[in-house]
Design a protein around this ligand. Structure first.
Ligand code: GDP
Ligand code: IMO
Ligand code: MG
Length: 426
């Protein structure tokens, strides 16, 4: 099989693994960076020369003027949010002239956002803990085949007709199911039609651009959003997002075949975090958990919510490597664990005396499992300036090689801080 210059970056846990930082580092050699799924529920943090950038829909390659950035056909786009993100980057002196959006991407409209909020409220204690960006309702309309795509959106007469039909249904839903006031057609149409005019010049069939770049031997990076355990099929359903953040999802969501992919890098933290609700076997509700949360500044990039924190779970990493076909792993935030000893790593689950060493995504089972841990000596030295594996204290090296053995996947990158310089290849 031909070897292409293509890499998928995929979250190996529940999101926020530091995909943005790794994408930004790898984008220095990339010709194109593609976002294939999700919407502005994602929050990717990049630190360049001491300046922090928070991206939600725009691929991390945007910081490199020569890199083409694509928002692919599997994404959902809140036009207002996207334009705001574009304006913020321009205000920071970043050119967005290399940004393109696929004409098949679906549009998030105000009723999707409202529906997301109202449905979460109605679920009460069983709520999913969504980012309330309208992601689930936009993908629901897409699956129902009633959604409005970018190609519809940029043609005023088509947008008008589709919005009329959708809003008639949505207003009934808002009134009859949620007892909420209905939304005004003219107001939405006028406002959003203006957004469509601004976006129109960058709306194209990006699948051709991606294919041609790959065929020309260009370096193409696919920047995953969310993480494996948030995948609609593979994750901890229903506490998941509504897209496919796995490597196969990157292919569908950018319109290319799986034989064009050469590398899949799974990104993980040196521990586990989760925002939103749902079972989390290795969660820490104690002082160690608080220490990691504070030391790692574990607060959501998009919502500011505190992230739940726990020990590293190698069942999750093995599952992610298997599902995504990872060719290597990157482990971020090793520095956050400095000062904790011993460190624990979950290697199996216990259920009624039975030992399981494969992850289960059925939450009714998962919530009854208790993890079995191995303990490893920690370290106290500051590792945030280490630039190679050999610079790390012996205990930190041992932590990495132990994970590598348990997961049976090479660890190719290690992160010891949020900036570009604080990651090294191994
Ligand atoms: P993403 O959604 O996967 O791109 O990750 P987020 O940006 O939401 O969250 C990761 C957070 O960890 C961000 O604040 C990053 O700046 C930060 N980060 C990434 N890698 C490292 C690392 O190796 N060490 C530390 N201390 N922070 C990191
Ligand atoms: P990045 O790309 C972490 C979570 C939400 C919630 C669930 C469903 O930054 O890693 P949604 O709004 O998608 O319907 O919410 O998914 N979630 C994320 N958690 N990182 C993300 O993205 C997330 N995007 C969605 O917290 O539990
Ligand atoms: Mg994030």
């Amino acid at each position: 099989m031909k070897n292409y210059n293509t890499t998928i970056i995929v979250g190996a846990q529940w999101g926020d693994e530091g995909k943005g930082k790794i994408a930004d580092i790898l984008a220095s050699d990339a010709d194109m960076v593609v976002r294939a799924q999700g919407g502005n529920n994602a929050g990717h943090t990049l630190v360049k020369e001491g300046k922090t950038y928070k991206l939600h829909l725009i691929p991390s390659g945007i910081l490199y003027p020569k890199c083409t950035c694509i928002i692919g056909c599997g994404t959902v786009i809140d036009p207002k949010g996207l334009l705001q993100e574009m304006a913020e980057l321009e205000a920071q002196g970043i050119s967005i002239s290399n940004l393109f959006v696929d004409n098949r991407a679906h549009i998030t409209l105000p009723y999707h956002i409202l529906q997301d909020k109202l449905s979460e409220q109605a679920l009460g204690k069983s709520s999913i803990g969504t980012t309330q960006k309208g992601i689930g309702p936009t993908y629901s309309d897409k699956i129902e085949r009633s959604g409005i795509r970018m190609s519809d959106f940029i043609q005023p007469s088509v947008f008008k007709e589709k919005l009329t039909n959708q809003l008639t249904k949505k207003n009934k839903l808002l009134q009859k199911i949620y007892d909420a006031p209905s939304l005004n057609f003219e107001q939405i149409f006028q406002e959003y039609n203006e957004y469509a005019k601004v976006l129109k010049p960058i709306v194209v069939d990006t699948t051709i651009m991606i294919y041609q770049a790959i065929m020309q031997g260009k370096n193409v990076l696919f920047e995953g959003a969310q993480g494996t355990l948030l995948d609609l099929d593979i994750g901890t359903y229903p506490y998941v997002t509504s897209s496919h953040p796995t490597s196969s999802g990157a292919c569908v969501g950018s319109g290319i075949g799986p034989t064009l992919i050469s590398n899949v890098i799974g990104i993980a933290k040196a521990y586990t975090t989760r925002v939103g609700n749902g079972p989390f076997a290795t969660e820490l509700d104690d002082a160690t958990g608080k220490f990691i949360q504070t030391n790692g500044q574990e607060y959501g990039t998009t919502t500011g919510r505190p992230r739940r924190v726990g020990w590293l779970d190698t069942l999750i990493l093995k599952y992610a490597c298997r599902i995504n076909g990872c060719t290597s792993l990157a482990i971020n935030k090793l520095d956050t664990l400095t000062g904790i000893t011993p460190l624990k790593i979950a290697t199996s689950y216990n259920c009624d005396g039975k030992i399981l060493d494969e992850f289960v995504s059925d939450i009714s089972q998962l919530q009854n499992y208790t993890p079995n841990y191995i303990e490893i000596d920690g370290w106290t030295q500051d590792i945030s300036n280490c630039t190679k594996f050999e610079d790390l204290p012996k205990q930190a090296q041992n932590y990495i090689t132990t994970i590598e053995k348990l997961v049976n996947c090479p660890i190719s990158m290690i992160g010891v801080g949020p900036s570009r310089q604080q990651s090294f290849k191994r």
